[in-house]
Design a protein around this ligand. Structure first.
Ligand code: AMP
Ligand code: MG
Length: 455
């Protein structure tokens, strides 16, 4: 492991971000168990079993256009001025089996998605035809919509090849083949693919249950009277949203007073319910009212870590045994909202993703490269995750320099980087990573960039 820094011989050694994250991930025995989920509950979840198509797609040859099903040979030589004349002998609508076949010299009006009638081998789109009445005279304009009463005949103004505007059975998917691999994350398109292949349910890992507890005698639910010294609870709702966005199933344990019994009893309830993880915000420092570490110690095995990260020191992590034989991960995050958020990003989100079944190489945010447009200062020896805003071009895309690097400035201007400044956090669209080795980076320096969830 590299990157940890002991700032003086007397100071306890700080853990590097990688060491702390490795210890968290090392405490996870494996992903949550497998369950069957309806597709409506599957977005973002990880497949524990491949998905196999139950139908070919399309299930039968069908029409790609509104028009007329024909025998291509009957249209040979047709041109704009010398159209071919066909008798219209019936119609196929989407959702209905054809009840008529296409003999020589005839056509069947057909809708997009309707099965191709027997003996037809092509479709002429309606725009290339003119409808005819019983006397053989045009009954409407050329290429009008394929709606209204069925015409007695039609003129075809162009020759078509066999297969024209026909979607052959199985041209998208065969039946009985793997269409989504084990380990695949279900995106909206993957869900559409499973449904389109006739699969209504999938086997996926259970969403990890993650309980969120805010602490602090001063912390009051948003919307309540603050009194002389209260502050609205930002972390409870914020963490709840972070958990859900990370693929967990969040539930709220409320706001505990800075009293050991209050914190302890709420944690007990969550462990008794076999929570996969508990996140506590605040009360994790070494002040006289910081009881979270004591509560964790009563419930399981715990370390109070000093991680070489800014913001985010200190940070407590441990595990508690659950009634069902599993283990609850215990996270104690610093109470300043930006510290809570950054430590969640660094340590909790990867853990939730590992529990949810994501592969080891899919736990972290994709890393981009950026160039700072202004200088930034931080503590040497700690890795800083500063809240950054990307410059945008006039289409709203991140602006990049000639080297392909995103141009970023600091969110919130001067003073915006305090660990209590939630307005700058909310304005940021990424975290820029300033390495341990520096206390200042000048404008023009290149940094790593972690994109956050876009709004
Ligand atoms: P602590 O980690 O408990 O020492 O708290 C550090 C700072 O974060 C203090 O200023 C707290 O008032 C603030 N804080 C703690 N919890 C929350 C919360 N849930 N929402 C907003 N601010 C909080
Ligand atoms: Mg506190």
């Amino acid at each position: 492991m590299s990157g940890s820094v002991a700032s003086s011989p007397a100071a306890p050694r700080l853990l590097s971000v990688e060491e702390a994250r490795a210890a968290v991930l090392g405490a996870i025995a494996g992903p949550t168990e497998v369950e069957v989920a309806f597709l409506s509950e599957a977005l973002g979840r990880v497949l524990a079993e491949p998905v196999v198509s139950t139908t070919a797609l399309p299930p039968w040859d069908n029409s790609a256009m509104d028009g007329y099903a024909v025998r291509a040979a009957d249209t040979t030589g047709a041109t704009e001025d010398r159209p071919v004349r066909l008798e219209v002998v019936g119609e196929v609508r989407a959702g209905f089996a054809p009840d008529v076949e296409v003999r020589r010299g005839t056509a069947v009006r057909i809708a997009t998605g309707a099965p191709l009638p027997p003996r037809a081998d092509a479709v002429v789109q309606v725009e290339l035809t003119t409808p005819l009445d019983e006397t053989g005279e045009p009954s409407g304009p050329r290429g009008r919509d394929a709606t209204g009463p069925l015409p007695a005949g039609c003129l075809v103004h162009a020759a078509v090849d066999p297969g024209a505007a026909v979607r052959p059975a199985g041209s998208d998917l065969a039946a009985g083949v793997t269409i989504l691999e084990l380990g695949r994350t279900l995106t909206a398109a993957a869900i559409a693919l499973a449904a389109g292949a006739g699969v209504p349910q999938v086997r996926v890992h259970r969403r990890p249950s993650v309980h969120v507890l805010a602490t602090g005698d001063e912390v009051v639910p948003a919307g309540r009277d603050l009194g002389p010294a209260g502050i609205p609870d930002a972390n409870g709702p914020g963490l709840h949203a972070l958990v859900d966005a990370a693929g967990g199933l969040a539930s709220a344990l409320g706001i505990a007073k800075d009293r050991l019994e209050d914190v302890h009893s709420r944690l007990c309830a969550a462990i008794a319910g076999n929570a996969d993880a508990i996140i506590v915000s605040g009360g994790v420092s070494v002040g006289p009212y910081d009881v979270v570490k004591l509560a964790f110690e009563k419930l399981g095995r715990i370390d109070l870590w000093r991680v070489a990260v800014q913001p985010g020191k200190p940070f407590a992590f441990g595990v508690a045994d659950r009634p069902d034989g599993g283990r609850t991960l215990l996270f104690g995050l610093p109470g300043n909202p930006v510290s809570t958020f950054v430590t969640f990003e660094l340590f909790v989100r990867p853990a939730i993703r590992a529990l949810a079944g994501h592969r080891p190489d899919r736990l972290l945010r994709p890393i981009d490269r950026a160039v700072l447009l202004e200088s930034v200062s931080k503590s040497r020896g700690r890795r800083a995750f500063v809240r950054a805003i990307a410059e945008r071009d006039d289409r709203g895309s991140p602006a990049r320099d000639d080297g392909g690097r995103v141009r970023v400035r600091l969110a919130g201007g001067s003073g915006g980087q305090g660990s209590h400044v939630i307005s700058a956090l909310a304005a940021a669209d990424a975290l820029a990573v300033i390495p341990e080795t520096h206390d200042t980076l000048e404008a023009g320096a290149e940094v790593e960039l972690w994109w956050l969830d876009a709004g």
